[in-house]
Ligand binder design. Structure first.
Ligand SMILES: Cc1cc2nc3c(=O)[nH]c(=O)nc-3n(C[C@H](O)[C@H](O)[C@H](O)COP(=O)(O)OP(=O)(O)OC[C@H]3O[C@@H](n4cnc5c(N)ncnc54)[C@H](O)[C@@H]3O)c2cc1C
Length: 391
């Protein structure tokens, strides 16, 4: 974005957990809303590798902006790429984001669902009525919910016969029956404002429907590049920012009575070396996974690479941000120190979907060549559709 800098959110957006609206506007002005829309529909046609490069940079300025904005890309991308989505729906969505500059949130998560047991279908229901649908349910962790122009809601059709049927519908902010519950007061990624949303008999017209499928699992698996793989580079950016900050800090601190900065201390040098290895390995895994995804599509090798990268980035960024804060010492504990925020934001990395243990167990399944359909659900269930989310 030539000439524009993202506002640093340490003060006030991180402090107040407020929406970085000026950053979303800067991204819109720079053409980012149509980033992963195909060129033939007016977008930039950028793949996961291109976004990963951009996300690493953006997250160094404001990780919350990069993460929230990625919700937009992570729902637009699969809609554009999936052959299951009707052409007319793709064109409608492309027009909204490219030509009308609309920002789209993604509301799949619910307060009760858990990746641990792999419930693929939400409790939110879509009931067919004259001219559209009525939605009822509760969504959780809905990033930038109060400022997005629309949110893409995952719901289960009321009339579905299959256990894995699902619908993706666009819900505008001002529709009667939609309420945002301001609950987001968290350790890290505070400016994402990932609040909860309640829908009560909320009406949306027919055009709000982008996709209905009787089995959502292939759609989610084939869209794993954007749905899940696109957050990885955001967290990598937090680690890189912490690394850059601490290297400047140790080079700038010379204790009284000495002629060299702390950077010359052998313990400091060793820890900087360790952080550098972690970050470079994390970056290579991230780029390789994105390149595989862009060139091969959702093959087992691609999915393995995406989960491997997310796992490693989560662990590496947790280590790097902690080391940076420790090396920064008591100075780094202040709210005015960027290291304090990087530590808190970095702590979210292994939790962000796909979380660390999900990555490992799914990666293990692919590496062992197991048929996901044969992998037993981890807990007893009275539903036949439980099991790993990736099948
Ligand atoms: C900053 C932030 C922003 C978010 N924004 C959005 C958003 O805009 N829209 C949206 O829909 N969602 C969003 N989410 C929600 C997110 O994508 C997950 O759906 C949500 O975090 C899942 O809930 P959970 O982490 O509490 O629980 P769980 O899924 O129960 O995970 C808890 C822990 O269980 C373990 N685990 C989970 N699955 C497995 C598995 N299969 N195998 C082994 N172990 C496993 C992991 O250790 C994991 O950390 C956001 C989350 C965060 C942190």
């Amino acid at each position: 974005m030539p000439g524009r800098r993202l506002r640093h959110p340490r003060r006030p957006h991180d402090r107040e957990a407020s929406d970085p609206v000026e950053n979303y506007a800067a991204l819109r002005d720079a053409g980012f809303y149509g980033l992963n829309v195909p060129a033939e529909l007016g977008g930039a046609g950028v793949g996961l590798l291109g976004w990963s490069l951009a996300a690493e940079e953006l997250a160094q300025g404001c990780a919350s902006t990069a993460l929230s904005f990625n919700m937009h890309l992570s729902v637009v991308g699969p809609m554009m790429e999936s052959p299951l989505v009707p052409r007319a729906a793709k064109e409608r969505l492309a027009k909204m984001v490219v030509h009308e500059g609309k920002l789209i949130g993604g509301n799949f998560s619910e307060p009760t669902t858990s990746g641990l047991v792999g419930t693929p279908v939400p409790l939110t229901r879509a009931r067919r009525v004259d001219g559209g649908y009525r939605l009822t349910g509760r969504k959780a962790f809905a990033s930038m919910i109060a400022v997005a122009d629309h949110v893409m809601v995952l719901a289960r059709p009321d009339d579905a016969t299959s256990n894995t049927a699902a619908m993706f519908l666009l819900v505008p902010p001002d529709v009667p029956g939609r309420r945002v519950d301001l609950v987001w007061d968290t350790l890290g990624m505070r400016a994402t404002r990932s609040d909860f949303m309640t829908l009560e008999e909320c009406f949306v017209p027919d055009e709000a429907l982008l996709l209905r499928t009787e089995d959502v699992l292939p759609f989610r698996r084939d869209g794993a590049n954007w749905f899940w793989g696109s957050y990885t580079a955001v967290y990598l950016g937090i680690g890189v920012a912490a690394y850059r900050a601490i290297t400047e800090i140790v080079k700038g601190r010379t204790p009284p009575g000495f002629t060299q900065s702390l950077a010359y201390h052998p313990d400091v040098r060793r820890q900087v070396g360790e952080m550098s290895v972690d970050l470079e390995a994390a970056r290579l895994l991230t780029h390789y996974a994105a390149w595989l995804s862009d060139t091969q599509g959702p093959t087992p090798a691609t999915l393995s690479a995406l989960y491997r990268a997310k796992y490693f980035v989560g662990e590496a960024v947790t280590r790097v941000t902690r080391t940076a804060m420790t090396l920064g010492g008591a100075h780094a504990l202040f709210k005015t120190s960027p290291l304090e925020r990087f530590f808190r934001d970095g702590a979210v990395a292994p939790v962000q979907f796909p979380p660390r243990d999900f990555c490992l167990s799914t990666l293990g399944m692919f590496e062992l060549g197991l048929d996901p359909g044969d992998v037993l659900p981890p807990l007893k269930s009275d539903r036949p559709d439980t099991g790993p989310v990736v099948r």
